[in-house]
Design a protein around this ligand. Structure first.
Ligand code: NAG
Ligand code: NAG
Ligand code: NAG
Ligand code: NAG
Length: 495
């Protein structure tokens, strides 16, 4: 009897290539669902994870045991929209996609998808729809992805450009910063984004570091207040048609956790020295103020007191998860898992790097490296990686998605144009530009310019245009960095 039933149920397993057998390793057997029809229940009732009214924790706990180890690992590796779309030319508006590229991407890297490309908005929306349709309609469990971009002072996919964070902080106006952040979410939400990599809460205490303008200054209190306003603004409101339990429309991503801003010699990603007291009284203060409610956190490239941040059990488990009770998505920065081998020297192999990062960090792997997490399914089967670390990481990702209401509606909105670069946003921007101006008093002629100078030459590519600041790329980060530049001048965007 069973021999007859199984082939029929196998058909229900909507795999991309029907002939390929599904590796069901990891799926919990003998529960309330069939292993070969995992998105249904044995008694015919609907699965709790698809019930928009069910409590979020119940939905997470219902979905996790239905997942194969392959699906779990795919949740925690960042994918990229360039897997199915050609996004190389910012002006090309051809709406086509690569079906096999899409299927490859979604079977290995499907939890979050990088989408910070400067391409025409209608082409972008087309690409998001294809990706989400594939996940919702053509996979067994139907888990939507979070599409991600940058937004530390404006929405980088050709949205409104705000003053740099150092300028936003100079306004000392948290209400205005919160409104500014809300407009960034307005612009991103309609296009189908649900995760923005901001705010940056590093402290500008090492002025040789070339990224001080990405921060809200040197002070932990001001940085915490600005960061809190930013997170509140970005996450304000709910997605359309979201579940009743949804609590935010955008996953704000506090970064870089932690102690990133004072690298040795001012060199980006270099080690940071300090002890527990400095960690807690300086570096962690703004994160504790601003990020306990943010739906995502990104780890730092650097090490602190000799321990790489991405594999720092004390920081990521004992403080963040246990002490602060943080239960949402934590991701590493681009290429940073490989740095355990190439920079920190704590691992010789990709297997070691993946194991160390996931077990100590309960965090996902961003692109920009060699995707060391692809080694995890085999490592779990071989017994060398504890699957409970992967389970906890997947649960954090699912919690963030359920809190966004993504399972109910992960798609872009048809009327996305109505919230991009609106006149209201521009008025707010003008107010912010005025409040961000800093007046310097030239006491004892300290400043180098005389008042009798007739004109001042501004030289260089930034002289006549406004751009959204992109994070300085790490050595391993090669393919993300050229997508950020947006321009408000009439000249074409510079890569
Ligand atoms: C489509 O994707 C597949 C799989 O990633 C890749 O091998 C192929 O080159 C892609 N085709 C085009 C036209 O880009
Ligand atoms: C950016 O937006 C402006 C204003 O809507 C538009 O003129 C320009 O073509 C856009 N650039 C790209 C690359 O989409
Ligand atoms: C979904 O699967 C169908 C049938 O195999 C296919 O025609 C369609 O292109 C797929 N859609 C996506 C978005 O992958
Ligand atoms: C796996 O991790 C869990 C949670 O930390 C722990 O309870 C369990 O003992 C670990 N299992 C092994 C085999 O180390």
């Amino acid at each position: 009897m069973r021999l007859l039933v199984v082939p029929v149920l196998l058909w229900l397993e909507r795999i991309f290539v029907a002939a390929e057998p599904v590796d069901l390793t990891g799926v919990r057997d003998e529960l309330h669902f069939h292993v070969h029809a995992r998105a249904t229940n044995k008694d015919g009732s609907g699965p709790v994870y698809k019930d928009p009214k069910a409590p979020i924790e119940d939905r997470v706990n219902d979905l996790l045991p239905r997942m194969t180890i392959q699906e779990k690992v795919a949740q925690i590796i960042q994918g990229d929209m360039n897997g199915w779309m050609d996004l190389t030319d910012p002006l090309d508006d051809t709406k086509t996609f690569n079906q096999s590229g899409l299927e490859d991407m979604m079977s290995t890297k499907a939890g979050s998808i990088w989408g910070g490309y400067l391409v025409p908005w209608d082409k972008f929306v087309y690409g998001v729809n294809i990706g989400q349709r594939c996940l919702m309609d053509n996979t067994t469990l139907g888990i939507p992805a979070m599409f991600q971009s940058e937004g530390l002072h404006g929405f980088t996919n050709n949205g409104t450009t705000w003053p740099s964070p150092i300028g936003l902080a100079a306004s000392f106006n948290t209400d205005l910063v919160q409104k500014a952040a809300a407009t960034i979410a307005d612009e991103a939400e309609g296009l189908g984004f649900s995760q923005i990599f901001a705010p940056v809460l590093d402290l500008s205490r090492e002025l040789r570091w070339g990224r001080v303008e990405e921060n809200f200054g040197e002070d932990p209190f001001l940085t915490g207040e600005m960061g809190h306003a930013y997170v509140t603004g970005l996450q304000s409101g709910k997605r359309r048609d979201a579940s009743s339990t949804a609590a935010a429309r955008m996953a704000s991503t506090c970064k870089h956790f932690a102690a990133f801003g004072s690298p040795q010699g001012g060199l980006n990603i270099a080690q940071v020295t300090g002890g527990e007291r400095e960690l807690r009284t300086m570096y962690l203060k703004p994160f504790n103020r601003a990020c306990v409610q943010s739906l995502a956190i990104m780890t730092a490239y650097s090490s602190y007191d000799g321990i790489p941040a991405i594999a720092n059990y004390h920081l990521l488990n004992e403080i963040l998860r246990q002490e602060w009770g943080y239960k949402y998505w934590v991701t590493t920065d681009a290429g940073s898992v490989d740095l355990l081998i190439t920079l920190h020297g704590t691992c010789d192999t990709r297997e070691c790097a993946a194991k160390t990062a996931v077990e100590n960090g309960i965090s996902g792997e961003m692109g920009g490296g060699t995707f060391t997490y692809l080694t995890l399914p085999d490592q779990v089967k071989a017994g060398s990686v504890n699957v409970s670390a992967i389970d906890e990481t997947v649960k954090a990702m699912l919690r963030t998605k359920f809190t966004l209401g993504l399972f109910e509606n992960p798609y872009p909105y048809d009327d996305y144009l109505t919230s991009l670069r609106t006149l209201e946003t521009r008025d707010l921007l003008h107010q912010m530009e005025q409040e961000a101006i800093v007046l310097l008093e030239n006491r004892n002629n300290l400043l180098p310019l005389n008042t009798d100078i007739g004109s001042v030459a501004l030289i260089g590519p930034q002289a006549d245009r406004v751009t959204v600041r992109a994070p300085r790329a790490a050595p391993a980060e090669t393919d993300h960095q050229h997508h950020y530049t947006a321009s408000r001048s009439s000249s074409p965007p510079h890569p």
